[in-house]
Design a binder for this molecule. Structure first.
Ligand SMILES: [Zn+2]
Length: 324
């Protein structure tokens, strides 16, 4: 793609480079000041090798800048979080990164300030900045896929908190559990009946297998439900009610303007109608004006949000000089 040399070129802004550091792939994009994608590239993540992972990221940034002829800001989204207490990465599924001073090392390699955030936070930031929740004040972004993650963005800024876990609602227990939902499936976090064990893709498959006996992928359960299969329909209805209960808890605490769903389960179109219809009975309010919406940028939201860790105005050449 060609980059535009419009007025933004002249006012000191720089390109925004976003990196999505995942367990299997590393993706890089570059956005111009208007949020237009001007470069995208993806490589496999070096497996189990911390140093090689760092150098891969550095090479991707250097190549992007060579291709575009300009130095940019760099934001990185990754599972897990930088511990405020130690500065080390924790909770990442790329386990070779855990316990490492990722931010410090990458800043040294790239010789500039870098921002890192959790991938669900990046998703929420992307959708709040120029996605499905653009213009909303309080945004809760949820990733519901093989796992569940969440992020909170207020006035365009990610809320991190002292424990760097704001929005991580997937390991709260399923609210208002029925008798047959207790204690709930075991979770890798050590608890039982976490929201993730019900709302993740494997959670839906496991629930259907327990109720109907046959193992099916979420996609097939939804397809069967929509074509009139009663057991698949029952599974989907249980799922919808559980999502309504789980999000009602969030609404009671955070009262977001918009909740954006992401991840594989966000492709279930019916959720955007059924869940808001159901959550009213659980939310402590006479009416609920929170909107539940599908993501605008889909799978690209993580890497776009990483680029937006340097929001409009912070990426000017002068501001960068100050921060460095
Ligand atoms: Zn858990």
């Amino acid at each position: 793609m060609r980059r535009s040399f419009g007025p933004t070129w002249c006012d000191g802004t720089v390109i925004k480079i976003g990196i999505d550091l995942g367990g299997t792939k590393i993706e890089v994009i570059a956005l111009d000041a208007g949020g237009r994608e001007i470069l995208r590239h993806r490589v496999e993540t070096p497996q189990g090798d911390y140093q090689e992972t760092l150098h891969m990221i550095a090479r991707l940034v250097e190549k992007a800048e060579a291709d575009l002829g300009e130095r940019g800001t760099v934001g990185i989204g990754t599972p897990g979080a930088i511990s405020r207490a130690t500065g080390l990465l924790k909770n990442s599924n790329s386990v070779c990164l855990n316990g490492q001073p990722v931010l410090q090392d990458i800043q040294t390699l790239l010789d500039r300030p870098v921002r890192i955030s959790n991938d669900a936070n990046c998703f929420a930031l992307s959708e709040a900045t120029d996605g499905a929740a653009a213009g909303a004040r309080v945004v809760f972004g949820v990733i519901v896929g093989t796992g569940t993650g969440g992020g909170v963005v207020v006035d365009g800024k990610i809320i991190t908190g002292p424990n760097a876990i704001a929005g991580e609602w997937g390991h709260n227990p399923l609210p208002w559990p029925r008798n047959d939902e207790r204690p709930g499936p075991p979770c890798y976090c050590g608890q039982h009946g976490c929201i993730e064990t019900f709302l993740s893709g494997p959670g839906m498959s496991g629930d259907h297998k327990m109720a109907a006996g046959n193992p099916l992928k979420p996609h097939d359960i939804v397809k069967r439900a929509l074509s009139g299969d009663p057991s698949a329909e029952a599974t989907l209805q249980r799922y919808e009610d559980r999502m309504a209960r789980s999000l009602a808890h969030v609404i009671n605490i955070l009262d977001p303007d918009v909740i954006v769903l992401g991840g594989g389960m966000s492709n279930i179109d019916r959720l955007y109608e059924s869940v808001p219809r159901l959550w009213g009975r659980y939310v402590f309010s006479d009416r609920v004006d929170t909107r539940l919406v599908a993501p605008r940028h889909g799978d690209s939201s993580g890497v776009r949000g990483a680029a937006w860790l340097w929001p409009a105005g912070t990426g000017t050449k002068d501001a960068l000089k100050d921060e460095a």
